[in-house]
Design a protein around this ligand. Structure first.
Ligand SMILES: [Mn+2]
Length: 491
């Protein structure tokens, strides 16, 4: 029998991005392997609480299959672990209302809290007072009669949502508004629960933000600003909480040096090539009461890495782009691999292959980049045919000059898309608009513009020059108009 004096273990995870496709390939088998790993780590680690800190789905209108997967996953976890408390909150990729609607079906379930939109209570004359609904934001974890922890199930906070609270009247910056909300939840918890007030049970916040000082892989400040945007907050907003379970950034990390108190668990399976050399998994976080009898907890974290069910192969592996000879050598090496071995390494489906090839006209065996591309494509097709496993041919072809002029992988592009501007536009639109499709009106307008542009190019240059122009143009679209890299890590 657990008492409030024994260690508490929580499982911290986030950013499942259910329904996420990578270069338009279905990943449902990979997700099944992820669920298997998750169930195994729960069975092994026996946490008392599981926290899922946002970005459950990859977009605001998840497919029937993605929703079904989520429901089935919760049910499977619950069936095997009837005592486990589960707290789910929304992320910026989720529709808060969709997540709230799921919670309606599960309202009568014990030990389950799902929060989508910021829950509020409106009162006063003409609804002039808007307060946080603490009943729906504060989740006490009980084991029998014993309080084990108190959790703030904070959903993704839009600037409009959080600044509309009466406690934030007169506050005009997002960070202060968010801080006020977290601190008012803490005050409410301390008032209601003497165990929390006296530091005998851990008080845990959940959140889905870009928290300043977090490293997000190899990205530069510029990208941080683009990706973090207005949602940035500093770690001080969580003052007074024993632990903050964050979501949003896909690489697990601590926010404060030498402290485990504010953490990202990272995504449990890779959602893009930015997670190439990263070991995805979930975190088990243990809270032990201080041995000297004082308030507070010693925190330790054990990461449970999940084995990848498909390979992510980047050519070249070292980053940057490879010249002709190097690319061909690597492809020959891949095609010589034993088929049995490849299958063993990829039970979750086809491996993902991303090729960064450099065309240097001064030293090339080919007189045009088009010729080089054709040979490369045919080698890739052969490879796919021989292994019957390589599914993604994401080829990025650059001229030596254009590669030197930018910082590596930032404005990479998909070769297949370059020949079809509409596909590129649709893909970028989906990326920027979190999965939404273009309206028929916009599509018609764009295809008019594309047709017009192609007509202009047809008359103004030779065929060879037209290809070069198209390539540079797509590069500009990727980096400037959309400000998003295909290898972005934080989503
Ligand atoms: Mn996110």
């Amino acid at each position: 029998m657990t008492s409030e004096n024994t260690a508490l273990r929580i499982l911290h995870t986030s950013d499942w991005h259910l329904g996420k496709r990578l270069h338009d390939f279905d990943r449902s088998r990979e997700y099944e392997y992820f669920r298997k790993s998750l169930l195994e780590s729960i069975a092994e680690g026996k946490p008392e609480v599981m926290l899922i800190a946002g970005d459950i789905f990859d977009n605001v209108t998840p497919s029937f299959d993605a929703e079904k997967f989520f429901g089935n996953t919760l049910n499977m976890i619950r069936r095997e672990n009837p005592d486990l408390h589960i707290v789910v909150t929304s992320g910026n990729h989720d529709s808060g209302r969709k997540i709230d609607n799921i919670s309606i079906y599960m309202e009568t379930c014990d030990r389950l809290r799902i929060t989508g939109e910021l829950p509020v209570i409106i009162s006063g004359e003409n609804g002039s007072v808007m307060e946080p609904d603490y009943e729906k934001l504060v989740y006490p974890v009980y084991n029998g009669e014993t309080l084990r922890a108190v959790i703030v199930s904070m959903p993704f906070l839009t600037p409009a949502g959080v600044s509309g609270l009466t406690l934030n009247s007169g506050v005009d910056d997002y960070e202060t508004a968010v801080r006020n909300l977290y601190q008012s939840c803490l005050a409410c918890i301390r008032e209601r629960y003497p165990e929390a007030r006296e530091g005998r049970v851990p008080v845990i916040a959940m959140g889905h933000f870009y928290v300043k000082n977090s490293a997000i892989g190899e990205q530069d400040e510029n990208k941080v600003n683009i990706l973090g945007g207005e949602g940035q907050v500093s770690a001080q907003i969580f003052d007074g909480y024993d632990y903050t379970a964050l979501g949003h950034i896909h690489l697990r990390q601590n926010i404060i040096e030498n402290s485990l108190a504010i953490r990202y668990s990272g995504s449990p399976l890779p959602v893009n090539f930015g997670e190439l050399n990263y070991s995805n998994g979930v975190d088990m976080v243990d809270f032990r009461p201080s041995s000297d009898g004082k308030a507070g907890f010693a925190i330790s974290v054990q990461t449970k890495p999940f084995k990848r069910s498909v390979e992510f192969i980047r050519i070249p592996q070292r980053g940057g782009a490879a010249g002709e000879d190097e690319v061909f050598d690597i492809l020959d090496g891949l095609s010589a691999r034993d088929e049995e071995n490849v299958r063993e390494k990829n039970p979750g489906g086809l491996p993902f292959l991303s090729v960064f090839a450099l065309y240097d006209p001064e030293h090339s065996a080919f007189s045009t980049s088009g010729e080089f591309r054709d040979v490369l494509e045919s080698k890739l097709n052969n490879l796919a045919g021989r292994l019957a496993r390589i599914c993604d041919k994401n080829v990025i072809l650059k001229t030596a000059a254009s590669f030197r002029n930018n910082n590596g992988d930032q404005d990479i592009q998909d070769l297949r898309d370059i020949t079809d501007p509409m596909t590129l536009a649709e893909r970028m639109y989906r990326e920027v608009n979190q999965g939404g499709d273009m309206s028929p009106e916009l599509r018609a307008l764009l295809s008019d513009i594309i047709r017009e542009a192609e007509g202009t190019q047809e008359t103004s240059g030779s065929k060879g020059r037209k290809k070069t122009t198209a390539k540079v143009m797509t590069g500009e679209i990727t980096s400037e108009a959309f400000g998003k890299s295909a290898e972005s890590i934080s989503e």
